[in-house]
Design a protein around this ligand. Sequence first.
Ligand code: SF4
Length: 220
Amino acid sequence: MNIDMKTKETFVKNLLNWYSKNKRDFSWRNKTNPFHILVAEIMLQKTDAKKVSEVYDKFIERHPTPQDLASAELSELKKELAILGIHKRAERMKKLAEKIILEYGGEVPSEKEELLKLPGVGEYISNAVLCFAFGENVPIVDTNVIRLIERVFGVKSSKSRPRTDRKIWEFAAELVPKGKCREYNQALLDFAASVCTSKNPLSGICPEKMICCFAKEKSA
Ligand code: SF4
């Protein structure tokens, strides 16, 4: 994916500028405790952030450590997470906490290969933990982020499941501004969810419209 550096830098600058005025404030965004970040990311899987915000603070208050979560009754966890749907999530959370205690001395590991061994943790969640908890300059790529990248830069994944496309991940990694990974990745998520939406993107008011391939094609 051969995109010039200036376009990439402009994209990042516009995005961070937009984010400084439009940031969505969720409590997990102010945390760097790896376990609390991990819990948030598991909750956020296929779930609207506003819904997660209804249960997250209370859940963390009740189960602030892997030990607290592992010793909780599964039936209680299911009740606490019921609003999020996907009942298996309570079970997965408990197993996750047990594994962290048994194999990592109660601390969430900070190495990618170890994070990937945790139940329910894949490429996205492992990078989210590395970025939001440990401050590593790594990308996070979900369906919304892929849509945004494809539109702005005119790239297209050839994979039937673009989320697994190494080329997209590598390109996304090139965009991450060093030392600003937290705000950049949060900005990407918010921007893709509220401006560059799947249907009817708000191109008319979009700060990226001057460099966006999709917008240029539409107005040609
Ligand atoms: S100009 Fe439109 S398509 Fe391009 S990034 Fe902005 S909202 Fe998305």
